[in-house]
Structure formats: structure tokens, C-alpha cells
Design a protein. Structure first.
Length: 77
């Protein structure tokens, strides 16, 4: 059985953020570029719950990990 594949809007919804394309673009524009020495989950703009979710998904290489990596890359750009 294949793992579910999540897309960026679903991740934003999971994080409690607006998930429409304009809101995602605005979030990236507001928070990028993230410093190279800052882990995604340690960025100051996350709530404690959001940071914990991001840490857990990457640590466990869970089904959200791929889209979390995508967000990480977008915030580094």
C-alpha cells in the first residue's frame, strides 16, 4: 500500500495557515529567506505546536516529510 502524498496546501491547512495560492505565496515572501543555519522547525515564526509538528514529521520521515522538505526549500530561496 502506498503512503499518502500530501501537497503544499494540505500542509498549510495542517499547520493552521491559509492554504490558497496567494496566501502561500505571501507566507513565503514574508518569511524567506530563512538563514542557512536555522532548521525549518526552529524558525521564529512557528507556534510551538507548528514547530513540534514539523520536527516530528522530519524526524520520523513521515508521510508529510516530502512536502515539509518542499516548504523548507521554498523558504531558503
Amino acid at each position: 500500500m502506498e503512503s499518502p502524498v500530501h501537497e503544499l496546501p494540505a500542509l498549510f491547512k495542517q499547520l493552521g495557515l491559509d492554504a490558497d495560492p496567494a496566501s502561500i505565496d505571501r507566507f513565503i515572501a514574508t518569511h524567506a529567506p530563512l538563514a542557512e543555519d536555522c532548521k525549518l522547525a526552529d524558525a521564529p515564526f512557528w507556534s510551538p505546536a507548528q514547530a513540534a509538528f514539523l520536527r516530528e514529521e522530519i524526524l520520523e520521515d513521515a508521510d508529510w516529510a516530502e512536502v515539509v522538505d518542499q516548504l523548507n526549500v521554498m523558504l531558503r530561496g
